[in-house]
Every structure is written in structure tokens, then in C-alpha cells.
Write a protein that binds this ligand. Structure first.
Ligand code: NAD
Ligand code: UFG
Length: 346
């Protein structure tokens, strides 16, 4: 990767911290901008230990226009990776307004600040949730999009805003990266997912059960039309995901050079293309931690789909992206991080 200076909003969070570490390793400068609403400042120091270089950190909120213009005045960015946002689906149903305010108003302020500063290369964190409940797997980027909850709408709306922006001003180059189910942790065990309270997602929940902090896993339904009846998802290692961002930055830069201008907004799935069931995840986690994880089957979780997984062909074709890690690595690395976090009071 050519040396770039990259603004990483939400860069002390789960995916942002791993991406910042990858960028630093590849010789880029990374400036993290985060309000620490769902992450801790200690992450910055642990990124430095992993990457042997320290990212710059600016505490701030993407809704704060004055803070954003000061940030863009202080740095000459080549690109922005926009991770900052709220991400809990259930909470978004209970509290839609903070979700729209944070994820829409905040993103608009960021795009405006970028435009004012002449920085028009952007990666946006989208999600497989934009495929909604109607499509058949594997999900292809050209399929019709829909949302079933406010969080999903904020992703869909951001995609539309960025498509409109690119249509109006062809000097923008935007990648809409649609993540499937991120998991794992940095291979060092020094950074990983650090959710507040009781996790909603299967992998961090299983980690807490393995650590003895929660009693048992609740399997949300075993009567789906899937090979073992439990829900199937496309789990992608966060280090693969982070590397996908570095490849997307290079791809955007090459496209801009080739076209002599921006390259529009392009949606790209980041997944493995392979589905794994809840029972397979539990078995993999048991193998990783060497313990039996108590699990009970309960009712389906409202809104869940039987199976979601990516068609990973476009990422391969455009970015040369192939995943390196499997579900065993995902579980082993979460377990390593879980133990490090417990030992160090994180
Ligand atoms: P995360 O909560 O760990 O990280 C998000 C970071 O953004 C946090 O550090 C938080 O403090 C910060 N933040 C939130 N609102 C902010 C604001 N207004 N101003 C500045 N900082 C703010 O989440 P993550 O799992 O790393 O997800 C990163 C992005 O990827 C999010 O946009 C999320 O919606 C998207 N995504 C995540 C998943 C997933 O399962 N983790 C799947 C698909 C898409
Ligand atoms: N599950 C359980 N028990 C749990 C938690 C989950 O059985 O305690 C099951 C779910 O029913 C599903 C699978 O495990 O079959 C995965 O569920 P997660 O909650 O881990 O992940 P989701 O696929 O529901 O959602 C995640 C993110 C969303 C994102 C979506 C697509 O949480 O933000 O992936 O990217 F939109």
C-alpha cells in the first residue's frame, strides 16, 4: 500500500482498532477520531504496542461540526474510513432517534467537512443487514435493498446519501463495504471486541459463557430450514476485514488515478461466502477454549433470518480480497483476547 494519511472515525472501536493497526503496519498514518461512547482510550496504547507505532488520537464527536473542521484543518488526509456509529439492532428499535441522529446527522456532518476540506475518498461501514428479509442467499451486491429496523435504515440511508453525492459530484470515490458477521480479535490477543453489558451477538456471548461470566448460551431456535436447524451466518475474521479496508483504499486510489477523477460509490460485500450454524460455532468455541459450553434451545429471536451469507466474488474481482482465517481462528483469537482482557481488568 502506498503511504497515506487516513482519518479513522470510530477507530477505538472493534473493527476500527484492528483496521488502524493494519494501516499503521502498512506504513500509513492513522488518525483516530472517536467520542469513546462504545470504546476505551486504552485501546490507542495497545494499538501502538501491536503496530510498533502510535496512531494519533483526537477525542471528538462526528456530530460536532466545529471539531470536524478543526480536525481537517490540522491534518492533510488522503482518505477517510468511517466506522463511527451506533450498532445495536434491538436498541435502535427502542431508541430510534439517537440512532438517526448519530448515524445520519453525524455522517452528514462528516461528509460536509470532507467536501469542504477537499477530501473525497471514503470507505463507509455498511452491513449485510441492507439485503433485508427478501433476498435469497448468497447475497449479491446488485440485489434489491431493504431494512427492517432503524439501525438497518441508517445503513441503507447512508448508502443512498453517498450514491447521490457521487452522482452530483464525480470527484468523490466511495466504497460501501457491506460486512457480514465480524468476529475474532488481533492475533496478539491485545485488542478485540469489548461490548458494554451483556452481548447481543453470538460470538461475544459464547466468550462470556466460556469465561464463566454468563451461565449458558441460548440458541435462538433450532427449527430453521438449515442443515442442523440453527441459524447460519457468514463469520469473517476481523483481521481479514481490516485487510479488506486496506485493499479497498488502494483500489479507490488506483481507480481515481485511472479515471483522473472519482469513481462513484461501489458496494462490495466483505464476507467469506461460507455459512456456519450456531451449533457449529458452539463446537468451534468449545474446541478453542477446551471446555463444554452449556447451551439451551429457546425460541427464535424476532427478526432473525434462517441463513445469510455473502457472494464474495466482487471483493475477489475488484480488490483481490480472499479471507485467510476460518471459524477455528475466530474462536481461538476471541478466547485469547477474552483471557487477556480478564487478566488485565479491561
Ligand atoms: P464499535 O461500537 O466497536 O465501534 C464504533 C466506534 O464509534 C466506537 O468506538 C464508538 O465510541 C464510536 N462512536 C459512536 N458514535 C460516535 C460519534 N457520534 N462520534 C465519534 N465516535 C463515535 O462498532 P464496530 O463493531 O467496530 O462497528 C464499526 C462500524 O461497522 C459501525 O458503523 C457498525 O455499524 C458497522 N458494522 C458492524 C458490524 C458488526 O457486527 N460489528 C456489522 C456490520 C457493520
Ligand atoms: N444467536 C443465538 N444466540 C445468541 C445470539 C445469537 O442463537 O445469544 C444466533 C442468531 O439467531 C443468529 C446467529 O446466532 O442465527 C448470529 O447472531 P448475531 O446476533 O451474532 O448476529 P446477526 O447475524 O443477528 O447480526 C449481525 C450484527 C448486525 C448486522 C448483521 C449483518 O449484529 O448488526 O450481523 O451484518 F447487521
Amino acid at each position: 500500500m502506498s503511504k497515506k494519511k487516513v482519518l479513522v472515525t470510530g477507530g477505538t472501536g472493534f473493527i476500527g482498532s484492528h483496521t488502524a493497526a493494519v494501516l499503521l503496519d502498512q506504513g500509513c498514518d492513522a488518525v483516530i477520531f472517536d467520542n469513546l461512547s462504545n470504546s476505551k482510550i486504552g485501546v490507542v496504547d495497545r494499538i501502538r504496542r501491536i503496530a510498533a507505532r502510535r496512531p494519533d488520537f483526537a477525542m471528538g464527536d462526528i456530530r460536532d461540526k466545529a471539531a470536524l473542521s478543526a480536525l481537517f484543518r490540522a491534518h492533510d488526509f488522503d482518505a477517510v474510513i468511517h466506522f463511527a456509529g451506533l450498532k445495536a439492532v434491538g436498541e435502535s428499535v427502542a431508541k430510534p432517534l439517537p440512532y438517526y441522529e448519530n448515524n445520519i446527522t453525524g455522517s452528514l456532518a462528516l461528509y460536509e467537512a470532507m467536501g469542504n476540506a477537499g477530501v473525497r475518498t471514503l470507505i463507509f461501514s455498511s452491513s449485510a443487514t441492507v439485503y433485508g428479509p427478501v433476498n435469497h442467499v448468497p447475497y449479491l451486491e446488485g440485489m434489491p435493498l431493504s431494512a427492517t429496523n432503524p439501525y438497518g435504515w441508517t445503513k441503507l440511508m447512508n448508502e443512498q446519501i453517498l450514491r447521490d453525492l457521487c452522482a452530483a459530484d464525480p470527484s468523490w470515490s466511495v466504497a460501501l463495504l457491506r460486512y457480514f458477521n465480524p468476529g475474532g480479535a488481533h492475533r496478539s490477543g491485545l485488542i478485540g471486541e469489548d461490548p458494554n453489558g451483556i452481548p447481543n451477538n453470538l460470538l461475544p456471548y459464547a466468550a462470556k459463557v466460556a469465561a464463566g461470566e454468563l451461565e449458558r448460551i441460548h440458541i435462538f431456535g433450532d427449527d430453521y430450514d438449515t442443515p442442523d436447524g440453527t441459524g447460519v451466518r457468514d463469520y469473517i475474521h476481523v483481521m481479514d476485514l481490516a485487510r479488506g479496508h486496506a485493499l479497498a483504499l488502494d483500489w479507490l486510489a488506483a481507480k481515481r488515478r485511472g479515471a483522473g477523477a472519482g469513481s462513484g460509490a461501489t458496494a462490495i460485500n466483505l464476507g467469506t461466502g461460507k455459512g456456519t450454524s450456531v451449533r457449529e460455532i458452539i463446537a468451534a468455541f468449545e474446541a478453542a477454549c477446551g471446555k463444554t459450553l452449556p447451551a439451551v434451545v429457546g425460541p427464535r429471536r424476532p427478526g432473525d433470518l434462517a441463513a445469510t451469507y455473502a457472494d464474495a466474488g466482487l471483493a475477489r474481482e475488484l480488490l483481490g480480497f480472499e479471507t485467510e482465517y476460518g471459524i477455528e481462528d475466530i474462536c481461538a483469537d476471541i478466547w485469547k483476547w477474552q483471557q487477556y482482557a480478564a487478566e488485565n481488568g479491561i
